[in-house]
Design a protein around this ligand. Structure first.
Ligand SMILES: CC(C)(COP(=O)(O)OP(=O)(O)OC[C@H]1O[C@@H](n2cnc3c(N)ncnc32)[C@H](O)[C@@H]1OP(=O)(O)O)[C@@H](O)C(=O)NCCC(=O)NCCS
Length: 143
């Protein structure tokens, strides 16, 4: 368990009790996952690691990962409620994830970033794949 700021706790998500708050974080950011709560619930339950940031019993931030548990981790989503952004909550959520998957073994910590969030990931010490002479491919359905 980690503490960020005076009143924010970072802890493992318990889907049974935290799911409504997690859904609220997706809805608050207008992410399409909020329109598919049943599937989002599955994603939260099957995450390798799912962390919530909690302030006064309210879920204000969330992150989830997928991993093979050996070499690679994919950081699927990281979100903070708009009214709580800019307070270090995203930093603490992502730091907890990166610490959980040490680079000595997990040599691929990857994610796909919204353009607007690029600066955040750079601030967190992450590097766009192009800097390594790599590229990334995706097959996606836009909505
Ligand atoms: C991106 C997000 C998770 C960042 O969380 P946050 O709690 O607002 O960020 P923090 O306050 O912890 O910021 C940490 C550092 O990153 C910087 N930062 C945060 N968001 C940034 C952005 N969009 N662009 C550039 N820098 C950013 C902060 O200024 C801060 O820098 P500092 O070290 O100089 O103080 C949050 O803004 C969010 O939920 N956005 C909407 C959802 C989203 O886009 N998620 C990412 C999808 S790829």
């Amino acid at each position: 368990m980690t503490t960020t700021g005076a009143r924010t706790e970072i802890r493992q998500a318990d889907p049974a009790t935290d799911f409504p708050g997690i859904l609220g974080v997706y809805a608050g950011n207008k992410w399409s996952h909020a329109r598919a709560p049943e599937r989002l619930r599955i994603a939260v339950e099957r995450a390798d690691l799912a962390l919530v940031a909690v302030q006064d019993d309210e879920v204000v931030g969330f992150v989830r990962t997928m991993s093979d548990g050996a070499f690679a981790v994919y950081i699927a989503d990281i979100l903070v409620l708009p009214e709580h952004q800019g307070q270090g909550i995203g930093r603490n959520l992502l730091a907890a994830v990166l610490d959980h998957y040490p680079l000595e073994t997990f040599h691929h910590q990857v994610l796909i970033a919204e353009r607007d969030a690029e600066g955040f990931y750079r601030r967190m010490g992450m590097t766009a794949v192009g800097a390594f002479g790599l590229t990334a491919f995706i097959r996606t359905k836009h909505d």
